[in-house]
Design a protein around this ligand. Structure first.
Ligand code: FRU
Length: 492
């Protein structure tokens, strides 16, 4: 590892820190100390602590040659930023240490990542790229030694996009899933190894066609969950379909079976894992207690990122516990997150008749738990206005739309840059909607009906837009009992 490159990058971060503006800075979500963040990488539990790495550009709040940022936590709530773990600069990863994963063998923590080189001018896809899979290791979990390339060539000369290795243990050997693109078609490749160094290609676990499957499947993760195999991945190039797939790219999943022949047979249709504006490149880890925990990049390529003007950008979602409910995945906030709760306030809204009411609760960092009672409600729309300015010109709306029978997250007035509406269906006959909402300075995560659906979006209200109102439009809205907590500002 060229130590001077890591030192230089670390110094660049420290020089930027005093200039960083914190108006949008998240209080309890992981974001880079300064500079740019995208995908979560190398999620792993090592020697009693959770380690999270991430795609990082320490020199500017724009994407650039990728480094691996690094943080760790003993409790999933308090995080310590560690020195940058990987820097690009060797011949094989000259232009970036792209996404990948981590495993532990004995006393050693291994990182497996994609080494990226542009063939022409940097950043220009047209001239092509060369991507290889690389290995690095550490015994202290802080400093890493690079071991170079472990997979030099894709299994077909027409594969140029070949990246994001996810490695896991399978009996007495290791397996790796990789996202790839052959011509204009996406595929999932599977490899096996005894020692993490020599890898044998088992073939294509799944193949798609440009229409309707997109052109590339980024950041695959493949794991068993309660008796079914889950393929979690981030397809590029899908078209919007009804209310679905309105983000530039969508983080999606299939449930099915990974057979002995290393083929993945899908048994469900493709579903988005989160229905907000900002959720991508999710990855999981298996916690020591058997829980499957998931983090995603809580942003989207090409979305407005106003915190760039403040010398940082990018954040990870809250850690979530994944479970399966028939053919669907469910995501709940990691149970440890209740430790964030500070002062508690009852939310006794009751019934609103075609009116709006400002609530007593205020804050930029809040958790709200509340039920919308559909039985007995006649309003066309009813719900909450969050992060409201005093004049309510700034507001983020979360409401039940009775005509569409959907729960809607509307960020058309959510502050700098962002816009758009996302929603999830509410089943006919459903009597109430249970909401658990996490607000941070520039994010909202909504867990609907105990995580049956989630909506995660970035919002950029002014720091003093902290009000909460309840409203009902044209009719009666019945609100069940609820609770609000202010949440700890950990200044992560
Ligand atoms: C996904 C992704 C990965 C790649 C990384 C580069 O967001 O495009 O496929 O490894 O970001 O930063």
């Amino acid at each position: 590892m060229p130590v001077d490159l890591l030192d230089e990058a670390q110094r660049a971060l420290e020089t930027t820190l005093p200039e960083r503006g914190d108006d949008y800075r998240l209080g309890y979500h992981l974001s880079p100390p300064a500079g740019w963040m995208n995908d979560p990488n190398g999620l792993v539990y090592f020697r009693g602590e959770y380690h999270v790495f991430y795609q990082h550009h320490p020199y500017s709040p724009q994407w650039g040659p990728m480094y691996w940022g690094h943080a760790r936590s003993a409790d999933l709530v308090h995080w310590e930023h560690l020195p940058i773990a990987l820097a690009p600069g060797d011949a094989y990863d000259r232009d970036g240490c792209f996404s990948g994963s981590a495993v532990v063998e004995g006393d050693t923590l291994y990182l497996i990542y994609t080494g990226h080189r542009w063939l022409g001018e940097p950043g220009n896809d047209e001239h092509g790229m060369h991507q290889v899979q690389c290995l690095a290791s550490s015994t202290d979990g802080i400093t890493f030694t690079k071991h170079g390339v472990v997979i030099e060539a894709a299994p077909h000369p027409d594969i140029m996009h070949f990246r994001d290795p996810k490695v896991w243990q399978c009996g007495d050997h290791w397996r790796m899933a990789l996202g790839a693109r052959q011509g204009d078609d996406p595929q999932l490749l599977l490899y096996r190894s005894q020692d993490l160094r020599q890898w044998e290609c088992l073939g294509r676990a799944l193949e798609g066609r440009r229409q309707p499957d997109g052109y590339m499947w980024e950041c695959p993760d493949l794991f068993e969950l309660e008796g079914r195999d889950v393929l979690l991945f981030s397809p590029q190039g899908l078209e919007p379909d009804g209310y679905e797939r309105w983000n530039l790219f969508q983080n999606s999943y299939l449930l099915g079976r990974l057979g002995e022949n290393a083929c993945f047979v899908a048994e469900t249709e493709l579903r988005e894992i989160d229905h907000g504006h900002d959720f991508y490149a999710a990855q999981t880890l298996l916690a020591p207690d058997g829980r499957r925990l998931l983090w995603a990049w809580m942003d989207m390529w090409q979305s407005p990122m106003p915190s760039q003007a403040h010398h940082w950008c990018g954040a990870l979602s809250l850690p979530r516990e994944l479970s399966r409910d028939g053919d669907r995945l469910r995501m709940r906030p990691a149970r440890e997150l209740t430790a964030l709760r500070q002062s508690r306030q009852a939310l006794a809204i009751g019934t609103l008749e075609a009116q709006s009411r400002r609530l007593e609760v205020r804050g930029a960092l809040l958790e709200l738990e509340l039920e919308l009672e559909l039985t007995g409600s006649t309003a066309e729309r009813f719900g909450l206005a969050l992060r409201c300015s005093d004049d309510e010109r700034e507001r983020t709306l979360l409401y039940f739309d009775a005509m569409a029978r959907r729960l809607v997250l509307d960020r058309q007035h959510s502050g700098a840059g962002v816009s758009g509406v996302r929603s999830v269906p509410i089943a006919p006959g459903q009597a109430r909607i249970a909401l658990r909402i996490f607000l941070d300075r520039s994010s909202i995560e909504v867990f609907v009906d105990d995580g049956a659906y989630t909506l995660s979006s970035r919002i950029y209200p002014r720091p003093d837009s902290q009000g909460v109102s309840a409203f009902a439009v044209n009719g009666r809205g019945v609100f069940g009992e609820g609770t609000a907590w202010s949440l700890a500002d950990l200044k992560l």
